[in-house]
Structure formats: C-alpha cells, structure tokens
Design a binder for this molecule. Structure first.
Ligand code: HEM
Length: 417
C-alpha cells in the first residue's frame, strides 16, 4: 500500500485560502455580546446570523429566507426533528457544492442508511486504537521542532497542523503532499463566497480520491480508505460519489474543527492558570476541561436546517422553506442551562450536555476521535513542556471568528528540554 496518486495544486499557486477563509469566517473578535443581546429579546429571530457580523456576502445563500434559533431547548427541538427540519435543502447551497453528496446533505432514510456505515468506522472502541497509532507520532514530531526553544506559538507550530496530519496518516498519505492537501481542504469551502478556487479544489480532491479508491480496491491495505472502499451496505458497496464526498468532508469536518477546538481548549486553560494547574496535577480532569472548552467557545458556532413545513417555535411563526440558522454557540451559553455562562469553568455542573457536536441524527460522527485527539495533544504538552505558561512578552491570545472560532496565535513559554 505504498502507491499514492498525485494531488494537483491550484492553478494560481499564489492564492492563499487561509487568508481568504479568515475574511469569510470573519475576524469578528467576539460574537457573543451580540448573540447575548438577541437572546435577551427572544430565542428565535428573523434574519441571517452571518449578516449580523460581515458584509462579505455568502453568495450561495443570499436572498433566502433566514431565521435564527438561539435558545438551548429550541435548538434541541430543531436538531432532533429531521422530518420538519431537514438537511438536504439547507446544505445544497453550501456544503453540497463544496463536498458533494455527503451525509450532511442527506435526509432519512438515505442518511440513516449511509451514516450507519461511516459511523461504524468512528466508534469509540475503533478510534481509541488510533490514539497511539496516529495521534501520538504526529504530536511528538511537531513538538520536537520547538521543544528545545523554551517558547513557541502553539497555533502556528502545533494545533494548526496536527489534526490534518492525523487524517493524512489515516488515509495512508505521505507527508510530501500535505501542504497541498491542507490548502485544497480549506479552499474547497470558499465557493460560498464565490472564489473560483472553491470549485477547483472540489474537483481536484475528487479526482485524487477517485484514483485512491480505485487503487485501494485493487490492492487493499489496513487503512481507512481501503476499509470504506470495500465495506458493503445491504449487500452493495458504497457508491463512489458518496464515498468521495465523505472523504472531502473529512478534511474539513475532522481537521479544521479539531484544530480550532484544541486551540480554544489550550487558550481557556492557559488564560486561567489555576484551572490549568489543577488539570496538570490531576489528568482525570482532562475530559471535563475538554467539554468546558467546547461549551464555552466551541469551534462550530452555527449550522443550518430547512423548514420543510410552516412551524412555530417559541411564539415565532417560521414559514415553509425558511433556512434555520441553528446557533450552537448561543445554546451553549443559554443562561437557563448554564449559570454565569460566559465564565470558563471546568468545574461547573455538567448535567446539561453541550451542543458543540450538535445533537440528533446528524450529531458529529467524529466526536470520539476529536476527544481522543484533544486528550492526547493536551497530555503530550503537559508531559513534555514543563512550566508551560502564556508568554508575557507577546500579545495575549484572542479568539476570533463569527462562524468558526480560533485564536490566531497562542504564544507560550516553558522550560526547554
Ligand atoms: C472539536 C472537533 C469537532 C467539532 C466541534 C465538530 C462539530 C460538528 C457538528 C456541530 C456537526 C453537526 C453539523 C450539523 O448537524 O449540521 C458535525 C458533523 C459531522 N462531523 Fe464533526 N466536529 C468535530 C470533529 C470531527 C471529526 C474529528 C470528524 C471526523 C473524523 C468529524 C466528522 C463529522 C461528520 C462526517 C459530520 C456529519 C455527520 C452527519 O451529517 O451525519 N467531526 N461535527
């Protein structure tokens, strides 16, 4: 299983999708005050969440009839009723263009049928074995480049890379194609703002994955692609378009989110040194620290659903055909569920499950893997960077973005190895 197809780079090699993506997801420092203000007036509002924060239009969703759902209970209702609040018609404009016919763009019964298969590949007992096999070597390799220096930018040098590199290993890709992969993975979602590099990346990743599937079917290994290429649903192989679309989605759904989630986790802990010290001395607190980071400033601020019929939520009439902006970040700071919700507190009562991975039939497939990755990354930093702390001589971390959250830098110091 050594042969790899070649992934073609963008025609315009000077195009920088990371800069353009930042424009698209917004460099808004903190959407929470505005969300909070709206929530105080009601949990459902007419209008588009995106329009609250940016003038850069989402060309694919412009002109649609948007409603925002902000409250925890209202969101729970929307996300767990796939007959009324459907996915296909909400996502054909955006992720459907970028990724193709993937699970997020499906409704039951089609969704149920395919999701079962993909989900099996990401069950907790399966991903637990990936920690040692894929995550630890990647983490160790990245850390070795700065461990002797006594200082680092944990975003630029660590979190921005490790989840993508885990995916490359899972797919059986070599490191030589990594930079192009990362670039195309990010560029493919830029169709939403009309960048031609969006469709170009979608096509190039598609051609690459088609070749990879054909190769793995002819000569299977023990990697994820070989497994998915040969698995059967009701006696039939998964269709290539569904598989290729899922693999395209994996790059973003699994890479970009976990990078952001880990960055927020580290920022939350390092800017609250008492809580960081508690976790450092008692690693059994790591799971609750992860859940608190996901609740406090989860990487995916919102997602969409389509109203398949006219419906009323919390006194607001939503017409058939409306696009529902389901604001997960708002539910996660709903004061009726989380007292003093703005506070980062790993010790808070956790009886209400946060919605960072959403809920219902489309709940994140990769949530167990994301937790494994974040746990391994945090443990490695605690083990190998003694006296880890924010660098007082550099700018403090600032979590930005109105739809996807991340700090641009996290400058730290530690005792050099
Ligand atoms: C901290 C990290 C992550 C966060 C916050 C996150 C968040 C989410 C959210 C909110 C959804 C639901 C979207 C919706 O219902 O509209 C979702 C779905 C999904 N996630 Fe994640 N995710 C993360 C990591 C991952 C990883 C590591 C993978 C893959 C290995 C992954 C794969 C997926 C897939 C395939 C779906 C679509 C599921 C479906 O529609 O049935 N995610 N994720």
């Amino acid at each position: 299983m050594t042969h790899m197809p070649r992934l073609a780079d963008l025609e315009d090699q000077s195009f920088d999708p990371f800069v353009v993506e930042k424009l698209s997801t917004g460099d808004c420092p903190d959407p929470h005050p505005k969300i909070h203000e709206l929530m105080a007036r009601g949990s459902v509002h007419k209008g588009s969440y995106r329009d609250l924060f940016t003038d850069v239009p989402d060309v694919q969703m412009k002109g649609l009839n948007h409603y925002m759902v902000l409250g925890y209970d209202a969101l729970q209702r929307v996300l767990t009723d796939p007959e009324t609040f459907t996915n296909r018609d909400a996502f054909i404009y955006n992720l459907g263009v970028s990724f193709g016919h993937t699970v997020t763009v499906m409704d039951p019964p089609e969704h149920t049928r395919y999701r079962r298969v993909f989900q099996k590949a990401f069950l907790p007992q399966v991903v637990a074995t990936w920690g040692e096999k894929y995550v630890d070597p990647v983490v160790s390799d990245l850390m070795s480049k700065f461990i002797g220096r006594g200082k680092a930018d944990l975003i630029e040098e660590f979190t921005h890379h490790y989840p993508f590199q885990v995916i490359y290993r899972q797919l059986g890709l070599g490191p030589e194609q990594a930079p192009i992969f990362h670039k195309l993975a990010i560029a493919q979602v830029l169709s939403s703002i009309g960048a031609p590099q969006g469709r170009e990346s979608t096509a190039k990743l598609g051609a690459f994955f088609q070749e990879l599937l054909d190769l793995r079917r002819a000569n299977p290994g023990d990697d994820l692609v070989s497994h998915l290429a040969l698995v059967e649903v009701d006696g039939e192989r998964l269709p290539d378009d569904v598989l290729i679309s899922f693999l395209r989605q994996l790059m973003n759904a699994g890479g970009d989110t976990t990078y952001r989630g880990t960055s927020v986790l580290l920022t939350g802990l390092l800017t609250h040194p008492d809580q960081f010290a508690a976790v450092a001395s008692d690693r059994s607190l790591i799971p609750q620290a992860i859940e608190e980071a996901l609740r406090w400033d989860g990487p995916v601020v919102m997602t969409w659903r389509y109203a398949a019929r006219a419906v009323e939520i919390d006194g607001v009439e939503i017409p058939k055909g409306a696009i529902i902006n389901t604001v997960l970040a708002s539910a996660n700071r709903d004061p009726s569920k989380y007292p003093d919700p703005e506070r980062f507190d790993i010790f808070r009562d956790r009886s209400v499950r946060n919605l960072a991975f959403a809920t219902g039939p489309h709940v994140c497939i990769g949530q167990h893997l994301a937790r494994v990755e974040m746990t391994r990354a945090l443990n490695a930093l605690l083990d190998r960077l003694p006296n880890l702390r924010i660098d007082p001589d550099m700018p403090a971390p600032d979590i930005i973005g109105h739809t996807l959250r991340v700090p641009e830098h996290l400058y730290v110091r530690f005792d050099a190895a």
